[in-house]
Ligand binder design. Structure first.
Ligand code: CAO
Length: 439
C-alpha cells in the first residue's frame, strides 16, 4: 500500500526567508532516501535539502527563485507504506516540520566559513587553495555551487574552481554549467592544470562587453610554455646594477661616425656582449648548466650568447657563436643579419641552439629596470634598459654621467647572491672602462 508523504522545509535556524536556488527533482522521479531534492540558500549558508523518504515524486511545490520558510511544502512523495518507518528510525534530532511523522533530516549545509566545507570537496577548489575558507574570500568560494553540483563536477573530474560564474541566480554554478564546461573542454581541448598548480579560472569576458579572439602565434605559444616551465622550476633572483658608460658611448659614437652609410652601426649591445663574456670567463659557473638530475654542474668552454629579438610573431633568441673570438664589428653585422632573419621568420632551429647565456635588451625602447626570466637550462640572463644621463657624485661634485641599468636574473640553485653581485660588479667595471676588455 502507498502513502503520500509531504516533505517540508525544516527549521534552518529561524531564518524567515529562504531562497530556492535549484530544484533537483521533477514529477515522476524515483527518489532515494537522503537524495538531494533542492538547494536552498540563506544569507549565511547554502544547503541541500535531502529527501526524508524514498519513493516516487508525485508533485513538486517549489521552483527555482521561490522564497520559502520553515514548514513550506517542498514536494509530495508516494511511498510504499512499509518503507515509511525506516527513515523515522534514522531521524536526526534537528529534523522537523514534516507530516505523517516522517522527519526531514537537517539540511546538509555548505557553511561558507566553517572547516566542514573543506571536507565537502575531496580536493579543494583552486580558489580555495588561494583563499582559504577562513578568510573573507571564502564566501566567494563556497556560495556558488551546491554540494550536488560539486559532487557532479567531481564525478566528471571537473575542477569546479575553473568555472567562475554560472548561469544560476547570482552567478551560481548549475549542473548545466558543468555539462557545458565539459563539452567545451572536449571540443576545444582546454588544458587542465598540472602538478596541482591552481589554474587561472576561465572567464566569459563577453558578458562584460565586446571581445575579439585572436589565435596566438606558434612562437608565442611555445615561448609561453617554456617561460611557464622555467618560472615553475627555477628559484630566480634578479639583481640590479648601473654602469657608467659615458666614455664607452663617446667611443661608440666616434666609431659610428667613421662608418660609411651602408655599414652596420655599432650599438652599446656589442660592448655589453664583450663585457659579459669577460665576466663569464672570470666566473665560470655563469657559463654552465645544471645536469637534469640536479647533481652536477656542466661547465662550458665555449662562449655563445643568445640575444632576445622582438619580432612581430613574438620573442626569438638567435645565438651568436664563439663571441669571444669575434670583433665588435663582426658581432654587429652578425646580430643585424640574425635579427633581420628573425623578424622575417627565417631563422633555422640551429640558429637558436647552443646558447650559454642570454641578453634581453630593451634599451632601444626604454625602461629603467625589469626582471627577465632565465632561458633555462642556461643559469642566467642579463637584462638591459635605457641609458640615462644622471648626476653622479665623484667625491667633490656632481658630474653628468651616462648610466646604463643592468638586470641580472640567475638560477639561485647555481649562483649565490654574492657571486651574482661580483659578476655584475665585473661587468660594470668593464663597461665603465672598456680598455679593461683588452686585458
Ligand atoms: N640605452 C640607450 N639607447 C639604446 C640602448 C640603451 N640601453 N640600447 C639601444 N639603444 C639605442 C641604439 O643605440 C639605437 O640608437 P640609434 O637608433 O640612434 O642608432 C636604438 O636604441 C635602437 O637600437 P636597437 O634596439 O635596434 O639595437 P640593439 O643592438 O640595442 O638591440 C635587439 C638589438 C635585436 C636586441 C633589439 O632590436 C631587440 O629586439 N630588442 C628587444 C628584445 C626583447 O624584446 N626583450 C624582451 C624579452 S623578455 O625578457
Amino acid at each position: 500500500m502507498a502513502d503520500v508523504i509531504e516533505i517540508k522545509v525544516p527549521d534552518v535556524g529561524g531564518v524567515a526567508s529562504i531562497d530556492v536556488v535549484e530544484v533537483l527533482i521533477k514529477v515522476g522521479d524515483k527518489l532515494e532516501l537522503d537524495q538531494p531534492i533542492a538547494t536552498l540558500e540563506t544569507d549565511k549558508a547554502s544547503m541541500e535539502l535531502p529527501a526524508s523518504v524514498g519513493g516516487t515524486v508525485q508533485q513538486v511545490h517549489i521552483k527555482s527563485g521561490d522564497k520559502v520558510a520553515e514548514g513550506s511544502l517542498v514536494a509530495t512523495v508516494l511511498v510504499n507504506s512499509a518503507s515509511v518507518a525506516q527513515p523515522a528510525a534514522a531521524a536526526k534530532p534537528e529534523a522537523a516540520a514534516v507530516k505523517l511523522e516522517v522527519p526531514t533530516p537537517a539540511p546538509v549545509a555548505t557553511i561558507q566559513t566553517a572547516p566542514a566545507n573543506i571536507a565537502e570537496t575531496t580536493k579543494p577548489s583552486p580558489l580555495a587553495t588561494i583563499f582559504p575558507p577562513s578568510i573573507s574570500h571564502g564566501a566567494l568560494i563556497t556560495a556558488h555551487a551546491s554540494p550536488s553540483v560539486r559532487l557532479f563536477a567531481r564525478e566528471l573530474g571537473v575542477d569546479i574552481g575553473k568555472i567562475t560564474i554560472g548561469n544560476g541566480r547570482k552567478g551560481r554554478i548549475l549542473k548545466q554549467d558543468i555539462q557545458a564546461y565539459v563539452k567545451r573542454i572536449i571540443s576545444e581541448g582546454v588544458p587542465q592544470s598540472s602538478a596541482g598548480i591552481p589554474p587561472i579560472p576561465a572567464v566569459d569576458f563577453s558578458q562584460f562587453g565586446d571581445i575579439e579572439t585572436q589565435k596566438l602565434s606558434k612562437i608565442k605559444r611555445l615561448t609561453g610554455q617554456n617561460l611557464s616551465r622555467v618560472w615553475l622550476n627555477l628559484p630566480m633572483v634578479t639583481y640590479h646594477e648601473e654602469a657608467d658608460i659615458t666614455e664607452m658611448e663617446a667611443f661608440r659614437v666616434a666609431l659610428n661616425a667613421e662608418k660609411a652609410k651602408d655599414e652596420v652601426k655599432i650599438t652599446g649591445l656589442m660592448f655589453i656582449i664583450k663585457a659579459l663574456v669577460a665576466a663569464m670567463k672570470q666566473f665560470p659557473s655563469f657559463n654552465a648548466s645544471l645536469s637534469s638530475d640536479g647533481e652536477n654542474l656542466i661547465l662550458k668552454k665555449y662562449y655563445n650568447i643568445g640575444i632576445a629579438v622582438d619580432t612581430p610573431n613574438g620573442l626569438v633568441v638567435p645565438v651568436l657563436r664563439n663571441v669571444d673570438s669575434k670583433s665588435i664589428n663582426q658581432l654587429a653585422s652578425e646580430l643585424a643579419e640574425k635579427s633581420d632573419k628573425a623578424r622575417q621568420g627565417k631563422l633555422m632551429p640551429a640558429d637558436m641552439q647552443g646558447g650559454c647565456i642570454t641578453i634581453s635588451s630593451l634599451g632601444g625602447i626604454g625602461g629603467t629596470a625589469f626582471t627577465p626570466i632565465v632561458n633555462a637550462p642556461e643559469v642566467a640572463i642579463l637584462g638591459v634598459t635605457r641609458a640615462k644621463m644622471q648626476p653622479v657624485w665623484n667625491g667633490k661634485e656632481f658630474t653628468p654621467k651616462l648610466m646604463l641599468p643592468l638586470d641580472l636574473t640567475y638560477d639561485h640553485r647555481v649562483i649565490d647572491g654574492a657571486e651574482g653581485a661580483r659578476f655584475m660588479a665585473h661587468i660594470k667595471q668593464n663597461m665603465s672602462d672598456i680598455r679593461r676588455l683588452l686585458l
